[in-house]
Write a protein that binds this ligand. Structure first.
Ligand SMILES: [Cu+2]
Length: 183
């Protein structure tokens, strides 16, 4: 029943296929082509991103924490091979509800962390997000992450460029002090 109706319909449609319809399908393939082109360019841009903007990321990892901890600390190194100082202004990941940028300080025997609106990357230099300093505060993991898991994080910089980074979950050596998210 369904098949015959469909067959009838498509025969009809074929019969009455006007120049317009054919033109539409030509437009469709043109659209598909331009979409592919765009996709290719986007991929190329993200690969070339490092070369063009001078920014690159490496050594990404996330400190494994018990499931009761709602904020995990993420670390990575961002290199800036350009003559302009740059800033990391945002980070996001499908694996977390949100990601903040924090800086840990240790003053007068008290460890604190404070939210940062950006993290500076000096010209022709690098910034290391590492324990005791800047870090990504990765909040509310969508599912529990275990050592060995990999998380994709998208970093946004002040010029609007975005760079993906892979961060692997691992235990920190000598992890006697857990990085709890502040209350
Ligand atoms: Cu923090």
């Amino acid at each position: 029943m369904y098949t015959s109706i469909t067959a009838g319909y498509s025969a009809l449609a074929y019969d009455s296929m006007s120049f317009d319809a054919r033109n539409r399908s030509a437009t469709m393939s043109a659209r598909l082509l331009s979409l592919l082109f765009l996709l290719t360019m986007t991929l190329m841009a993200s690969y070339a991103g490092g070369a063009e903007t001078g920014l690159s990321v490496r050594d990404g990892w996330i400190r494994e924490a018990p499931p009761t901890v709602s904020g995990l600390a993420g670390y990575l190194v961002i290199e800036n091979d350009s003559a302009e100082p740059r800033e990391l202004i945002a980070a996001e990941s499908a694996a977390f509800e949100s990601i903040e940028m924090h800086r840990s300080t240790f003053e007068d025997g008290i460890a604190r962390m404070s939210p940062q609106s950006s993290i500076p990357i000096p010209a022709d230099g690098r910034v290391a997000l590492e324990p005791g300093g800047y870090h990504l505060m990765m909040l509310a993991p969508v599912e529990q992450l275990r050592a060995g898991d990999q998380v994709r994080v998208l970093l946004t910089f002040d010029g609007g460029e975005r760079l993906p980074a892979m961060l692997r979950i691992r235990r920190a050596a000598g992890d006697e002090m857990q990085h709890h998210h502040h209350q």
